[in-house]
Design a binder for this molecule. Structure first.
Ligand code: ADP
Length: 608
């Protein structure tokens, strides 16, 4: 926020208005007061003189009309005496004029002017108007009040003017007095103005300070700081405003923290959920995308935001935003590559106002690869099981039909036929047992009963069993260390695993072939190996042999009594022990099956 310039600030405005009002008021009072005072002082001055003139006029008239006798003072002397009595300090000059000549003066040092001509405009006007005539004149820089009063021979309206009184008094003292008063007044104004300015500043501060505080508070709030509070200076309107402002701050803070908490909750929900969420605006442009969605679609937030949703999902060829809004069903997005299946399912829900106005679209994506795989496996499994059961059953049916049709009577054929049905039944029992085994392993409460065994002995014993019972011409070679190694395993299950691997090796070994048995210790694992010189497995199928019902050569395997489940069971069992199983094979050269078992080196150290 920009700073308010000095002259635009309320503070200065208030002080200026305040001072101006006071100045105007003082000016009006001053002008009125001084003019009235001046007027009154002047009136007083004139009146004091005029009142005395009335008295002296009488004496002068008496002297002027009196008959002069000898041995009495002359007219001039008598008049001078009267004037002397009359003259006071404030009177500069007082003359009696008759026929434009000075008849008498009060100034004893200036008696020479008596009898001289005296032409004065004021006197002339007073005589001609037969009334007082006054005038203010300037004499050597001082103002004087000149008054001419006619002297009549008779009081009353028919009196004849017989002379005039000329009085010049110093009125400057009145103006000087006024000047002093004005000066005092001016000092008073200056003092009161100074006090006014100081008071004005203080007064303005009481208004502007809380406003300034609120302004700072509003600025702090806009930066997200709600901890400040405006100080409340009083209970006036501004104080009330400050209280309301603080209340507003609290409410805003509460609202802000609620929104922030909600936002954080939503953000954490969105980023912690396993499903991908994409939100768009009403035009279908992406406005929000969470991390799982970014990972699923393998895109970055920067490249996705503001892009059309259909293009982000790679559906722009088939669907428009309008189509997606009306999409009731989910859409499967197949992002599988040759090496990796990856299928996503997108569900759409529209954000709509009550009026039906579409505000945006929420797309929820989840990974259904595993589910699809499971579904496919399940379908395949059911198909496989049905097929595996149907084959022996069909065989048995045809043999039993032949027997029922009379073959049972033929002593040569009947035993062979019965033998076949028996073999098929046994194979079916094996298959059902294997299936039961697998289903047990799939169930949650599948348990393995582990016990410590010396692996060297355990392995040798199984190999011995096969070596003794083998019918083929196959040589067994053992590469088993002399040091005893102990492992914690379920012996029944591990026996089943090794049995299956060895019987496979025997099944696929040629006459005169070799089978190698061995194990090594790698870090905290025991790595067991059974290797043959048999027909081998094509490279692309090596990893599939652990899948349920998978056989490289179905007919041959079945002919050999295999169910195609042996290695799948072995895999489950080894994994239940915490180990791994895999095969390495080369067609026509041989196959090696490896599996590992967890093994504690420390404990091995103790045993050693
Ligand atoms: P089966 O009952 O058919 O032996 P397995 O699960 O034990 O089922 O084996 C699956 C398939 O893996 C076999 O059908 C066979 O094609 C292949 N296989 C397993 N072991 C060997 C081996 N040692 N040499 C060649 N092929 C093998």
């Amino acid at each position: 926020m920009h700073k308010v310039s000095f002259f635009k600030s309320i503070h200065v405005k208030i002080v200026l208005i305040y001072v101006l009002l006071i100045v105007i008021a003082l000016q009006i009072i001053g002008i009125y007061f001084s003019s009235k005072l001046e007027e009154s002082l002047k009136e007083n001055f004139k009146e004091s003189i005029t009142q005395r003139i009335d008295l002296v006029q009488y004496s002068i008239r008496e002297e002027l009309v009196k008959e002069r006798v000898e041995n009495t003072p002359t007219l001039q002397e008598s008049l001078s005496l009267i004037l002397l009595e009359f003259a006071t300090e404030d009177i500069n000059e007082i003359l009696i004029i008759d026929n434009n000549k000075v008849l008498a003066t009060a100034d004893p040092d200036n008696q020479s002017i008596v009898g001289q001509r005296f032409n004065n405009d004021t006197v002339t006007r007073a005589i001609s108007s037969e009334d007082y005539y006054e005038n203010i004149a300037l004499e050597s820089g001082r103002r004087v009040w000149v008054l001419a009063a006619p002297i009549k021979d008779n009081v009353g309206p028919n009196g004849k003017v017989i002379g005039a009184l000329y009085i010049k008094s110093d009125i400057e003292s009145v103006f000087e007095q006024m000047k002093d008063i004005n000066q005092i007044f001016a000092i008073g104004i200056a003092m009161s103005l100074t006090i006014t300015v100081i008071l004005g500043i203080l007064f303005a501060k009481t208004i502007t300070k809380p406003i300034l505080d609120m302004r700072r508070q509003a600025q702090a709030m806009s930066r997200g700081n709600y901890s400040r509070k405006v100080r409340v200076y009083g209970d006036d309107e501004i104080g009330q405003l400050a209280i309301a402002f603080n209340h507003l701050t609290n409410r805003l803070q509460e609202a802000q923290s609620t929104t922030e908490a909600e936002r954080r909750k939503l953000a954490s929900v969105l980023s912690n959920m396993t499903d991908g969420v994409i939100a768009t605006d009403r035009k279908g442009k992406v406005i929000l995308i969470n991390d799982p969605a970014l990972n699923f679609l393998n895109v970055t937030r920067e490249t996705t935001l503001s892009r059309p949703i259909a293009s982000v999902l790679g559906l722009d060829q088939d669907y428009s935003f309008e189509d997606l809004i009306h999409m009731k069903e989910s859409i499967n997005l197949d992002y599988s590559t040759q090496d990796k299946p990856f299928i996503l399912r997108a569900n759409f829900s529209v954000i709509q106002k009550e009026t039906g106005f579409v505000n945006g679209l929420i797309t929820v994506i989840h990974d259904i690869t595993e589910q699809e795989k499971i579904d496919m496996e399940r379908r395949e499994f059911v198909a496989n099981v049905s097929h595996e059961l149907r084959t022996p059953l069909t065989t048995m049916r045809s043999y039993l039909e032949a027997l029922a049709d009379g073959a049972w009577r033929d002593e040569n054929i009947a035993p062979t036929f019965l033998n076949v049905t028996q073999t098929e039944t046994e194979r079916m029992i094996r298959l059902v047992n294997d299936l039961l085994n697998l289903s047990k392993m799939d169930s949650r409460d599948y348990k393995i009963n582990k016990e410590f065994v010396e692996f060297n002995k355990f392995f040798n014993r199984i190999i011995d069993r096969f070596e003794m019972s083998k019918s083929q011409n196959v040589k067994f070679n053992r590469y088993i260390p002399d040091t005893s190694y102990f492992v914690e395993v379920d012996t029944d299950k591990l026996t089943q695993v090794i049995d299956n691997i060895i019987s496979n090796a025997l099944k696929y070994s040629p006459d005169g072939g070799n089978i190698r048995f061995g194990f090594t210790v790698q870090e905290n694992m025991l790595k067991v190996m059974v290797s043959d010189d048999g027909m081998g497995i094509p490279k692309e199928n090596v990893n599939k042999i652990f899948d349920r019902f998978y056989r490289v050569d179905r007919a041959r395997s079945r002919a050999m009594g295999g169910t195609g489940l042996g290695l799948a069971i072995a895999k489950e069992m080894i994994e239940a022990h915490g180990g791994k199983i895999w095969a390495e094979s080369e067609e026509g050269v041989g196959t090696t099956i490896f599996f590992t078992l967890p093994f504690e080196l420390d404990e091995a150290g103790d045993w050693e």
